[in-house]
Design a protein around this ligand. Structure first.
Ligand SMILES: C[S@@+](CC[C@H](N)C(=O)[O-])C[C@H]1O[C@@H](n2cnc3c(N)ncnc32)[C@H](O)[C@@H]1O
Length: 276
């Protein structure tokens, strides 16, 4: 069944997923859901989003070198198809994976059944009204998703950790950012220089104050760890197909003409300890 973009949005968070692999066929001039519509793309085509989301694997691998989640109850806000929640579950006691879109939750649960993880619990819920009581988790993670810092603060135990994971602000589309920025008004035009995508580019540590989280009380400063990660797709035509569906034909051509199956990202992990 095909929809218009308006019908997809109107049908809301209960929209069913389209059949696996159906994302491979679409109108390149007027795709539905449109390019960069990440929430709608992942709810309509969770199998596409799951294959794309390898940067989250890199984020979670790095996170385990920065903090030990052993024995922790972790809440993953905007858990999506499960890359972040399942990554956290390698160490955590329990992971509560919250996502608003029902199709994504169902897809995530199906992915879980393919693993031997028994400690991930999907919950259909909204980041604005988290379905957990106050002071209930040790760690909140939020990977490639929007955050309501006040709500995250409410559910964290005293001295709990809030952790935001994603790209540095001027490299939201990884090494493709400067290629795509001229075509999309919402991408920052002062793109990160090409050198940061070289896998040997050094990690960088920085700090921020709590203004980045709307002033929620934190202990000391918030730490930012930046690093370069190279994601490997099956082959270059698959890299072109996946990124082309998410970002448009320029992205597709980028991987096809270079016969490139890797995708390099400058990622960051922002971590702070709440004060209650
Ligand atoms: C870009 S995905 C990130 C998924 C996952 N954390 C990862 O890194 O692979 C963002 C997710 O946020 C979810 N989302 C959007 N609005 C939300 C809301 N109000 N509450 C909870 N989740 C939401 C979307 O359904 C989507 O799965």
């Amino acid at each position: 069944m095909s929809f218009t973009q308006e019908e997809i949005i109107r049908s809301g968070y209960k929209l069913q997923a389209a059949p696996v692999d159906s994302w491979r066929f679409y109108d390149e001039i007027n795709p539905i859901p449109g390019y960069f519509q990440f929430d709608w793309l992942s709810s309509r085509h969770p199998d596409l989003y799951h294959q794309f989301a390898l940067s989250t694997v890199g984020l979670m691998e790095k996170l385990h070198t920065i903090i030990d989640l052993t024995g922790c109850d972790v809440l993953d806000i905007g858990a999506g198809t499960g890359r972040s929640a399942m990554g956290a579950a390698q160490k955590a006691k329990r992971v509560f994976a919250v996502d608003f879109y029902l199709s994504v939750v169902l897809f995530g649960k199906s992915q879980l059944q393919r693993t031997n993880l028994a400690n991930v619990h999907y919950i259909n819920g909204d980041r604005e009204h988290l379905p957990l009581p106050e002071n209930s988790v040790d760690v909140v993670i939020n990977a490639w998703a929007e955050l309501n810092p006040k709500e995250a603060y409410r559910v964290l135990k005293p001295n709990g950790y809030l952790i935001q994971l994603g790209a540095i602000p001027n490299a939201l589309c990884g090494e493709l950012t400067s290629e795509l920025a001229p075509d999309y008004p919402w991408l920052p035009k002062d793109c990160a220089p090409a050198e940061v995508f070289n896998p040997t580019y050094p990690d960088r540590q920085d700090t921020a104050d709590n203004s980045i989280w709307n002033g929620i009380p934190v202990i000391g400063s918030i730490n930012i760890h930046q690093f370069t990660y190279v994601a490997h797709y099956q082959n270059y035509s698959e890299a072109a197909c996946i990124t082309g569906r998410l970002y448009g034909s320029k992205a597709k051509r980028y991987f096809m003409t270079r016969e490139q199956s890797t995708f390099s990202w400058r990622l960051q992990i922002i971590m702070g300890q709440v004060c209650k």
